[in-house]
Ligand binder design. Sequence first.
Ligand code: ATP
Ligand code: MG
Length: 349
Amino acid sequence: MIKIAVIPGDGIGKEVVAEGLKVLRKLEQLSNVKFDFQEYPFGAEHYLKTGETLPDWAIEEFRKFDAIYFGAIGDPRVKPGVLEHGILLKLRFSLDLYVNLRPVKLYHPKLTPLKEKEKIDMVFVRENTEGLYAGAGGFLRKGTPQEVAIQEMINTRYGVERTVRFAFEYAKKTGRKKVTLVDKANVLTYAHDLWQRVFAEVSEEYPEIETDHYYVDAMAMKMVRSPEIFEVVVTPNMFGDILTDLGAEIVGGLGLAASGNIHPRKVSMFEPVHGSAPDIAGKGIANPLAAILTASLMLEHLGLDKESKTVEKAVAKVIEENKVTPDLGGSLKTHEVGDAVVKVLEVLW
Ligand code: ATP
Ligand code: MG
C-alpha cells in the first residue's frame, strides 16, 4: 500500500489534481499497485475560513506518507506571500526537500517554438534550499539615499554536495549518460568555485557518467539553439528557477510542466509548476497534463517505472491526437483530457 497525502489547494489546482487522481486510480485497476489517498484542505479557502496556513501537526503527519501530491495554492483575496511562505516554503524547509526536479521533455515536435527539434529530453536538478533564496541579508541606512540592500548567496558544502550527488544518482538510476553543471564561477568566484570543486569530486565516483559545464549565460543560448545535447543538468537555486521556465517554454509551456520537491530518503512532494490560475479557474479548461505528468514523476520516484512510463506514453498519445485543452490548441475540457488519458492507458497497458 502506497500512502499519498493529497493537497489539491486552490483554483485550477483542485481541477487538475482530480484528473491526476483519476489516472492513478486507473493504474490501481490495471496493475497490482494500491494507493491510500488522504486529502488535506490546506490553501486559500481554508486560510480565509480558519486563519491557518499549514499547522505543525500536518507536517508531522506528512512524514509518515510515501509522497505528497500537491495542486496549486493562491487566491487574489489573500495577500501575496502568505500562502507561499505559510504552506509551500514551510513544506520545503520542514521536510528538507533539497532538490527541485524538473523534467524538460518534448512530447511532440509540434509543441516546441524552436525550429526542427524532434527530441528534447533533459532533467533539471535545482538546488532548492540555499543560494540566493536562503533569506540572508538586510538593509543598511534603509529609506535614505545612501541605502544599501544586501542579499547573500549561501552555499554550504553539505548542501551543494548532496544536490550534486543527487544529480549523478538520478542519472545512474534513469540510465542517463551525462551530467552538466551550470554556474557562473567566472564571476561568483567563491560560491561557484565551491560548486565546481564539489562537482569535480563527486563526478569521480561516477566514472561511467560523462560531465559537462556551461556558464549560465551560455546555457541560456544553448538551450534555445541545441537543447537536445543535455541530459541531466545540476544548478544552484536561482539559475534553476530561471532556466527551468525557459525549459518549460521550449517544450510546450506551463500546461505540461511537472516538478518534484525531493529528499531522496524522506517523503517528497510533487506539484505541477503552474499556479492556481485564477483567470481560468472554474471554467473547466485548465490543462491537466502537467498534473498528470507530475503523477508520473511521483510514480518514478516511488520506483514504479512501468506505471510512470506508461502514463507518459499515454500523455504523448493524447497530445499527438490533439485531445487537449485550448492552451495547446485543442477544444477539450479538463475532465475530457483526463478521460482520454485513462482510455489510452487501458489500451497501452
Ligand atoms: P499563482 O499566483 O497561483 O502562481 P498565477 O496567476 O501566477 O497563479 P499560473 O498558474 O502561475 O497563474 O499561470 C499563469 C497563467 O498561465 C495563468 O493565468 C493561465 O492563464 C495560464 N496557465 C497556467 N497553468 C495552466 C494550465 N494548467 N492550463 C491552462 N492554462 C494555464
Ligand atoms: Mg504564478
